[in-house]
Write a protein that binds this ligand. Structure first.
Ligand SMILES: Nc1nc2c(ncn2[C@@H]2O[C@H](COP(=O)(O)OP(=O)(O)OP(=O)(O)O)[C@@H](O)[C@H]2O)c(=O)[nH]1
Ligand SMILES: [Mg+2]
Length: 673
């Protein structure tokens, strides 16, 4: 690829509702640009973008794939770099990364389904991430009941009248650029008017002319649109038939003419300073995605922000302060790897084998110490417990999970101390299913998944005394240790949960650590249901010993049993984690969402209204929330989403606690059998 000036580089992300034709459009672009010698289709697994087994079998995009190719328009050479993002919310991490790496977005809208949840979500992601240049592409125009004008109206209803069609279909075989037409078919005449109006609004001069003459020249409309679009104030709407290729050239031409080059969207460092898209400045790039390739290992996808990157260079990772050498750079086009010799502002390249570089890290060349602002990935909302199927799987599990975490910052992994389970956390059921499938494919680790156990705690609400005498005489040296304790709830701020108040050497000082070890051990598994004990103050106030038979072990056993005895009389209770939820959904579902909260033992805390979208803040026990992601999807038809975080532990209501204790007893009995 010859070097194209930054002003002629166009880097965009394709967003939209799942199934609205993002990948179909990507395939149409790839075919038109000669990246593929045939038109790939998701429907038969031949897409250039959905190439993994997981994507092919599920018929959805899971990973953001980037393509790049030069495009000639008149005497100008442009470089088009575009990323096909997933639409499915579970893969929000990939969507966010792709949004971060682009200068503008195309949002696909199906002409039969029109504006959907995923369309609005795409718009909001752009707005929340300072990606103000947004265009729409209407797809599905060949389908029965497709209606271009109604789809345009729906876009304008949802996103404002500054959304204006620039191209339109006159038949299934022809898409025209409205500005280029001397005369338009009657049904498109009003579209021309909205285009002229939008252009007029960009300057006083054009506005005056429009008022006086009632119209504008094509060149004036183009100049006004260019200004409005580059400023992110006008949003062009295009028509395209990705399956036949009709409308693809007018769309690509308009992208080159009207949509912004690198530099228009401010690229900011972690302190908010804007980094200029200067190909001659020091190199600055950021990793927005990490992938694991079965053959090549780790691949880091870097968006070049400034300067020029070449293979062989040594760069500094300013996030970890380590040097990395760039062994090679490539584009991944379908299954092919195309080497890249030089990458400038706006380019995206995949770099293999970086050692200490992960998603979100910044790489810089000599003369820079910049650290780019990081992508804020959402916290996980779906948890499952996983268990290796065999010992062999167990041995490889840690490496496999490590790979998964490297690849996907929205996956988390936790070894739960309370329940002794290994938890995999993600953004939804499908996300977790895919993660489990990737564990198998990438690392040959087979796991089963389970609904996690709740990490309950135990504590006391009253005071109590406990005593245990451990005495064993079985020939030879015996064991002896006797312990008396008092327990009470630990006051906030009191770090000393154990204190020795014995007097007169009833327990010699050398055995006190033994008692403490026993108390510590007893704290790991409480008397009620075997969960960790929290917030209990233990006062050791008396005991006795034997000159020969006493030992640390004997006092340890006595300490642990005395704690159990004391807990049972100190009004013990179970505690459960309470989560704060922020549930966002269109207003229409708010009644159903809040009405469902009591079923989850939840409590509403507040409501925030943002146009049609409302956000409920609520709190509910974690025990009721393991399936909430699927439940909310069914309540809202996929239009709702939520985040949750832990806030505190609360007492489990008695009727529920009884069941948990009975269940624990059953397990204890079966363990003893
Ligand atoms: N008839 C018709 N079918 C289309 C059109 N665009 C896409 N499709 C089909 O709709 C289905 C979904 O299209 P995709 O391009 O995979 O949708 P997507 O937006 O990438 O979906 P996700 O990756 O799940 O977010 C595929 O079978 C496409 O062939 C179109 O313009 N007309
Ligand atoms: Mg797709």
């Amino acid at each position: 690829m010859s070097v194209v000036p930054v002003a002629n580089v166009r880097n965009f992300v394709i967003l939209g509702h799942s199934g609205s034709g993002k990948t179909a459009l990507t395939d149409a672009f790839a075919f038109r640009l000669g990246l593929n010698d045939r038109l790939g289709l998701t429907s038969n697994g031949s897409s250039i973008s959905d190439t993994t087994d997981e994507e092919k079998s599920r018929r959805i995009t899971i990973f953001a794939s980037t393509f790049s190719k030069n495009y000639t328009l008149g005497d100008q050479e442009y470089k088009l770099t575009f990323t096909d993002a997933p639409g499915f919310r579970d893969f929000y991490g990939q969507i966010l990364g792709a949004v971060h790496a682009a200068d503008f977005a195309l949002i696909t809208v199906d002409a039969t389904a029109r504006v959907q949840v995923g369309t609005r979500r795409a718009w909001h992601i752009c707005k929340e991430n300072d990606l103000s240049s947004i265009a729409f592409v209407i797809t599905g125009l060949d389908k029965e009941n497709a209606d271009f004008e109604k789809t345009v109206a729906a876009i304008r209803d949802n996103f404002g009248v500054s959304c204006v069609p620039v191209t339109a279909p006159v038949s299934k075989e022809e898409v025209i650029n409205i500005m280029d037409q001397a005369e338009l078919p009657p049904n498109l005449a009003n579209i021309h008017t909205s285009l002229a109006e939008s252009a007029a609004e960009t300057s006083e001069e054009l506005m005056n002319k429009y008022f006086e003459e009632g119209t504008l020249e094509p060149a004036e409309i183009r100049a006004g649109l260019l200004k409005g679009i580059q400023a992110g104030e006008i949003h062009p709407i295009y028509a395209a038939f990705p399956l036949s290729g009709v409308g693809i050239d007018p769309l690509l031409q308009s992208i080159c003419r009207l949509l912004p080059a690198p530099g228009h969207r401010p690229q900011k460092d972690s302190e908010g300073n804007v980094i200029l898209a200067d190909p001659n400045g020091p190199f600055i790039g950021q990793v927005w995605r990490t992938a694991i390739d079965i053959f090549m290992g780790q691949l880091s996808f870097v968006r070049v922000v400034s300067g020029t990157l070449k293979p062989g260079m040594t760069v500094l990772n300013t996030t970890t302060d380590t040097k990395e050498s760039i062994p090679a750079m490539m584009l991944l086009i379908g299954k092919k790897q195309i080497p890249v010799e030089s990458a400038g502002p706006g380019d995206i390249v995949a770099i293999p084998k970086l050692k200490k570089t992960k998603t979100n890290h910044t790489l810089v060349g000599d003369g820079s110490a910049t650290r780019m602002a990081e992508i804020q990935f959402p916290p996980p909302v779906t948890f499952v417990a996983i268990k290796a199927k065999t010992q062999n799987d167990e041995d490889k599990m840690s490496d496999g999970i490590h790979r998964l975490l490297n690849e996907d910052p929205t996956i988390q992994y936790e070894k739960q101390i309370e329940t002794k389970e290994v938890l995999l956390k993600g953004l939804g059921d499908v996300h977790i299913d895919v993660a489990v499938a990737l564990l198998k494919q990438q690392s040959n680790v087979n796991v089963n998944t389970f609904t996690p156990k709740v990490p309950y705690h135990e504590t006391i609400t009253g005071k109590g005394e406990g005593h245990h005498k451990h005495k064993k005489q079985s020939g030879g040296r015996g064991q002896f240790g006797e312990v008396y304790i008092r327990i009470e709830p630990l006051l906030e701020g009191d770090d000393e949960y154990f204190c020795n108040e014995t007097v007169g050497g009833s327990i010699p000082g050398s055995f006190i650590p033994g008692v403490k070890k026993g108390i510590d051990e007893g704290m790991l598994a409480g008397a009620l249901a075997g969960y960790p004990v929290k917030n209990v103050k233990v006062r050791l106030y008396d005991g006795s010993y034997h000159d020969v038979d006493s030992s640390e072990v004997a006092f340890k056993i006595a300490g642990s049993r005395a704690l159990k005895a004391a807990m049972l009389v100190a009004k013990p209770v179970l505690l459960e984690p309470i989560m704060r939820l922020k549930i966002t959904s269109p207003e229409a579902f708010m009644g159903a969402i809040s009405g469902d909260m009591p079923n989850k033992r939840g409590r509403l805390l507040g409501l925030e209204v943002n146009g049609d979208i409302q956000t409920i803040t609520a709190e509910a026990p974690l025990a009721e929330l393991f399936k909430y992601s699927a439940e909310l999807r069914s309540i809202t038809g996929g239009q709702g989403s939520f985040v949750m975080d832990f806030i505190r532990y609360d007492i489990v209501p008695a009727n529920i606690a009884q069941k948990i204790i009975a269940e624990a007893d059953k397990h204890r009995k079966s363990d003893e059998d």
